[in-house]
Write a protein that binds this ligand. Structure first.
Ligand SMILES: O=C(O)C1=C[C@@H](OP(=O)(O)O)[C@@H](O)[C@H](O)C1
Ligand SMILES: C=C(OP(=O)(O)O)C(=O)O
Length: 433
């Protein structure tokens, strides 16, 4: 399905933030790894969170769901001997479950998105699991991947974090279940470090004890632990909301989003600070954000690694700012659903934006006068590209068509419903090919 985004000068209204994808995947996993029954209130509904639901069920968890909660009876440290898992296009779900699959004798992760997840690298996690005695068949570090585990060894594990934090998070979920103690050392750099804070928070809530160094580069994980069955409540999602907030920032608006707690460990809460730096009028109290955009924005300089999944939305806002913005330390955007530097900037240029790329930077020469639009955009299988290009389309001179916009459902299936509720002219159309 495609979406036509028609320029919309004004947005008004009040929406509830969707539930956090990253907390939902983590709580589902922690609940599945527990002996006993856990409850998760307000879990996210999206392709990625559904992928985690499907896989933990395949691994032996029992899930019952109603409109507000999931009740999960876990399989403890003993997943079922499953032969195949399908994670869809979900990177975090794949990496976390590659680690857990090493408790099983023989599991193959299939390659359902060869043009997206199928191109993403997993070598650093493969290397770490091999240090633990797990045998792995893979296609040059990529899917399909077969894990032949059983009894992974504890002890000293070195893992690189220079491509993704998800490899480290995966090991942090696995190692407490091993017989002996583990010491994990992160070598090289650790990208998206803030997300590891979310992993540690969830593990602590699940009763798992881990000693982490202050810089998050070293961990002591006692073995023989078990995950406790708990009740969890999922907070609102900053990465998805960042796109809606950017849309409000580039239009004349009075937009309220509820359910975004101020003290969240999601790095993408920085969207609030970045929009403030851009002089967008907004308030944030008691988990309610209100943006009263006047269409005027100032350029910013920002370390994008602190808010990885909100950078594309920030860049979309910067397209209309006065001056030149720079988003630095963002190289790992290249290893996401698409190359979120080269591919994304190509689509922005098509729409009329003036952008430049470096290996680890995005530079935006703002155009307060707006961009031309009137083009077809390729989604590159990437929900965040779709959301960000929609923001640009709202302030273009002519409508844009986003091809294959249904991939927005990876994290935010109701994105266009939310925008429509705020008055945006966005419309689904059937593909003619
Ligand atoms: O751990 C997680 O749930 C995630 C970590 C981040 O990935 P990287 O660590 O690869 O940057 C983030 O971009 C992704 O959406 C979710
Ligand atoms: C990169 C993302 O997710 P993942 O790595 O889990 O596929 C994302 O949600 O933007």
């Amino acid at each position: 399905m495609d979406v036509i985004v028609t320029p919309t000068p004004r947005l008004r209204g009040d929406i509830q933030a969707l539930s956090s994808k990253n907390y939902t995947t983590r709580y589902l996993l922690a609940a599945a790894l527990a002996d006993g029954t856990s409850t998760i209130y307000y879990p996210a509904h999206s392709e990625d969170s559904d992928a985690m639901r499907r896989c933990v069920r395949d691994l032996g968890a029992v899930l019952e769901e109603d409109g507000e909660k999931i009740v999960i009876t876990g399989f403890g440290g003993k997943p079922k001997d499953v032969r195949e898992l399908d994670v869809g296009n979900a990177g975090a779900v794949l990496r976390f479950l590659m680690a857990i699959a090493s408790l099983c004798p023989n599991v193959t992760f299939v390659n359902r998105y060869p043009e997206s997840l199928g191109k993403r690298p997993h070598d650093d996690l493969i290397d770490a699991l091999e240090q633990m005695g797990v045998e792995i068949d893979h296609n040059g570090g990529k899917l399909p991947i077969t894990i032949r585990g059983g009894k992974p060894r504890s002890g000293r594990i070195r893992v690189s974090g220079s491509v993704s934090s998800q490899y480290l998070s995966a090991l942090l979920f696995l190692t407490p279940l091993l017989e002996g103690d583990s010491e994990i050392e992160v070598v090289g750099d650790l990208k998206s470090k803030v997300v590891v804070g979310q992993t540690l928070e969830v593990l602590e809530q699940a009763g798992i004890v881990i000693e982490a160094s202050e810089d998050l580069m070293r961990y002591r994980v006692p073995g023989g632990q078990s995950y406790a069955a708990k009740t969890y409540t999922v907070q609102g999602d900053y990465p998805g909301s960042a796109a809606v907030l950017a849309a409000a920032a580039v239009t004349e608006s009075d937009v309220t989003i509820r359910g975004l707690v101020e003290n969240s460990k999601q790095g993408e809460r920085a969207i609030i600070d970045v929009l403030r730096m851009m002089e967008v009028p907004l308030t944030h109290h008691n988990a309610v954000v209100n943006v009263r955009g006047n269409g005027k924005l100032k350029a910013v300089e920002f370390d994008g690694d602190t808010a990885t999944d909100a950078v594309l939305a920030m860049v979309a806002a910067a397209v209309f700012a006065e001056g030149t913005s720079r988003f630095y330390n963002v190289e790992n955007l290249r290893y996401k659903e698409c190359d979120r530097i080269t591919d994304y900037l190509n689509e922005l240029r098509k729409a009329g934006a003036d952008v430049e790329e470096r290996q680890s930077e995005i530079i935006v020469h703002g155009k307060p006068e707006g961009v031309e639009g009137g083009v077809e955009i390729d989604a590159h299988y990437d929900h965040r590209v779709i959301m960000a290009l929609t923001v640009v389309g709202l302030r273009a001179r002519r409508p844009i068509v986003i091809r294959d916009a249904h991939h927005v459902a990876k994290s935010y299936p109701i994105y266009f419903d939310h925008l429509r509720a705020l008055g945006a002219q966005v419309e689904w159309v059937k593909v003619e090919s």
